[in-house]
Design a binder for this molecule. Structure first.
Ligand code: ADE
Ligand code: ZN
Length: 326
């Protein structure tokens, strides 16, 4: 259809993408074999059957297990270049990717191995395809703030390759307030700041991310819609929300895509972007997220164009770089 072609052809940025969540079952098997790692699955079909989640934690357990095949620098390169090739195919011109260093350092993989492989792929894709990038290191919120501070310390030799910090993993019970000190330290280092908030957690977590962590963007933010005061504040400040439709569906954050809060978010004047979160686990890359939400909600061409533009507006590109896309 015309709207499908529009989605495919529009230049887009992706701002909420966990690189470890782009690990496709085929690559997982290939790396398991290469590194002699045992997987609890014997086929791609078996993996796909395991991807049946009723909440965030169900997914996280499987996501951390999947990471176990990533051992060497080349593995992180192969993972990242596969995602960037998809971006090239989908006309994604800029990416701001998350990685979870603690998911690897906890298993004895050096921080340097992780960042070097990811960064080499990002540089190659910029050379080959012109895809620009930022890199955001996330702290695992189910771990302690002391461990996050230690991770920030480990990142210090590599800050030339890191643009920001984020906060992900199990949300409920791990409020942003738990990470106030490490976010203060990251801010002092000149890093951009983002946090997952209001995916499963209450609106007060979104408020804490703004007031205590002083974030530059909110990841997800769905449950902010429950507070009229918060919506007004997010709208007036044009604070970006990185919304992930297929993720929300698969993790049962919404019952169905046709009841997704996106129309209300746009109606309230929020700066909304569309993203894939963990495309291998949630059944679609960025264009598939656009297709699914467009058809479920009958979004107009104008709304699609706006969402694509918002992805650049909400990015951490500098203003002249942004202007080239807007
Ligand atoms: N880690 C990877 N994807 C995530 C998500 N959607 N929420 C929290 N942590 C994550
Ligand atoms: Zn996420």
């Amino acid at each position: 259809s015309n709207i499908q072609k529009l989605i495919e052809q529009l230049p887009k940025a992706e701002l909420h993408l966990h690189i470890e969540g782009s690990l496709e079952p085929e690559l997982m098997f290939k790396l398991a074999k290469r590194n002699q790692v045992d997987l609890p699955y014997t086929s791609v079909e078996e993996i796909q059957q395991a991807y049946n989640f009723s909440q965030l934690q169900d997914f996280l357990d499987i996501y951390y297990a999947g990471m176990s095949v990533l051992i060497n620098e080349q593995d992180f390169y192969d993972l990242t270049i596969a995602y960037l090739e998809k971006c090239h195919q989908q006309n994604i011109r800029h990416v701001e990717i998350f990685f979870d260093p603690q998911g690897h350092t906890e298993r004895g993989i050096a921080f340097e191995t992780v960042i070097t492989g990811i960064n080499r792929a990002l540089n190659d894709s910029q050379q080959k395809w012109g895809i620009t990038f930022k890199t955001i290191m996330c702290f695992l919120r189910h771990l302690s703030e002391a461990e996050a501070i230690d991770t920030l310390q480990q990142a210090k030799p590599f800050l030339d390759r890191i643009d920001g910090v984020g906060l992900d993993s199990s949300e409920v019970g791990h409020p942003p307030s738990k990470f106030e000190q490490v976010f203060n330290q990251a801010r002092e280092l000149g890093l951009k700041l983002v946090a997952h908030a209001g995916e499963e957690g209450p609106p007060s977590y979104v408020k804490e991310a703004l007031d205590l962590l002083k974030v530059d963007r909110i990841d997800h933010g769905n449950r902010a819609m429950e507070s009229e005061a918060l919506v007004k504040r997010l709208s007036e400040s044009q604070m970006a929300l990185t919304v992930c439709p297929l993720s929300n569906l698969k993790l049962c954050v919404v019952d169905a895509l046709n009841t997704h809060p996106l129309p209300a978010m746009l109606e309230k004047g929020l700066l909304i972007t569309i993203n894939s979160d963990d495309p291998s686990y949630f059944g679609g890359y960025l264009n598939e997220n656009f297709f699914a939400i467009q058809s479920a909600l009958n979004l107009t061409e104008q709304q699609i164009v706006q969402l694509a533009k918002n992805s650049f507006t909400a990015s951490f590109l500098d203003e002249p770089e942004k202007a080239k896309h807007l």
